[in-house]
Design a protein. Structure first.
Length: 362
């Protein structure tokens, strides 16, 4: 059964004024909302570094410890390419040329994640129903992790602020080995009923999964002069590094203190209009840090990303001042943590707090 969820009607001029001011910024600068030379250089940097690291791994010249360190670096680069290249491309924000976005989006597939499913669960569901329990699968950490106050509480959750980070290391492995297969054949995605994807889409997912396992598991087992179990350990290390990196960046945006986890009324209507909803469920961290923005692909500025996902992340630092000023003018909260570490501490406090909150029944 489809779940009817709708946003409150637009009240006031906030969203319109904000859109106009952001559009005016690009008009005055005479620049495109998509990525330019900066984005091309950045993408080339990360992709080249990943290729060089991969070649170094399969060259056979590294010691066992060198291979493990290279696997960690590869895992970190996979996350960075996801943040900086694939994410923007799949949103259509990298380039005005569709083929460029499609080509760069394939980095997701090579690293083991389905673009088709990412579009459905991230671009559509997460970006629309942000932090809504039961709809936004990004806040569904059951059974080990409780992220929203209204989710069921189990005794183990009182310790989740301690063990959560060990669970986070499994994010990428779960994605590559289980989640995509499960979601491809699910009849309901949490919001509406889905049809079984076409045979070509299903075949494409399995084909790219095979490409991923061939590149990062089968080929290294064949060419490297080490026992096969060492390659498997390296594969796990790579994915665990990717997993913890992905989880930390995304959790800092929506699962920190102050975030709302709104429940629709009985008629499916939410309390706030769309733009206000995004501001109340999303937080930035290290907004002024060029290093954080370079590594995270602008996902340290998730407020701006959720409001304007079609704009390339290289523009987020500039428009963040516009968004913050406009929100303050209209009395709407603009959440941000000054640094990654303050955001991380806030996330830990949130985990500890909700781990003790029992669900009120009736």
């Amino acid at each position: 059964m489809d779940r009817k969820i709708s946003f409150a009607p637009v009240q006031g001029a906030f969203s319109q004024v904000l859109k106009e001011r952001v559009q005016q910024y690009f008009a005055e600068k005479g620049i495109s909302m998509r990525g330019g030379l900066h984005m091309a250089i950045k993408s080339g940097f990360y992709l080249s570094l990943a290729v060089m690291t991969y070649v170094l791994i399969i060259s056979g010249i590294l010691s066992v410890w060198g291979l493990l360190l290279a696997a960690m670096l590869m895992g970190f680069l996979v996350a960075c390419i996801g943040f900086n290249v694939g994410h923007d491309a799949i949103h259509g924000a990298m380039s005005h040329r569709k083929w460029v976005n499609t080509l760069m989006g394939l980095t997701f597939e090579i690293f083991g994640a389905s673009v088709y499913l990412w579009r459905m669960y991230h671009n559509v569901i997460h970006h629309t129903y942000t932090n809504i329990p039961g709809a936004d699968r990004d806040i569904d950490g059951r059974p080990l992790i409780k992220l929203a106050p209204s989710q069921p509480t189990h005794k183990i959750h009182r310790f989740q602020y301690i063990y959560a980070f060990a669970v986070y290391t499994l994010t990428s492995l779960n994605w590559v080995l289980r989640k995509d297969y499960q979601r491809m054949f699910m009849k309901h995605n949490g919001v509406y009923t889905t049809k079984l994807p076409s045979v070509p889409l299903i075949a494409s997912m399995f084909m790219f999964k095979l490409v991923h396992f061939t590149l990062f598991l089968i080929l290294p087992i064949i060419v490297l002069p080490v026992p096969f179990w060492m390659v498997i350990i390296g594969f796990l290390v790579m994915h665990m590094t990717t997993g913890i990196t992905l989880a930390l960046v995304f959790q800092m945006a929506h699962v920190v203190e102050g975030m709302e986890f709104p429940e629709p009324h009985e008629d499916g209507m939410l309390e706030n209009e769309f733009f206000v909803h995004q501001l109340k469920t999303t937080a930035n961290f290290s907004r002024k840090s060029k290093i954080a923005t370079w590594i995270c692909g602008g996902l340290n500025l998730q407020v701006e990303h959720h409001l304007f996902p079609h704009i390339c992340h290289t523009h987020y630092p500039a428009i963040s001042d516009i968004v913050k000023r406009t929100a303050q003018e209209f009395g709407i909260p603009y959440y941000e943590n000054k640094s990654f570490w303050s955001a991380l501490a806030s996330h830990v406090r949130h985990l500890r707090k909700v781990g003790y909150i029992p669900v009120q029944l009736g």
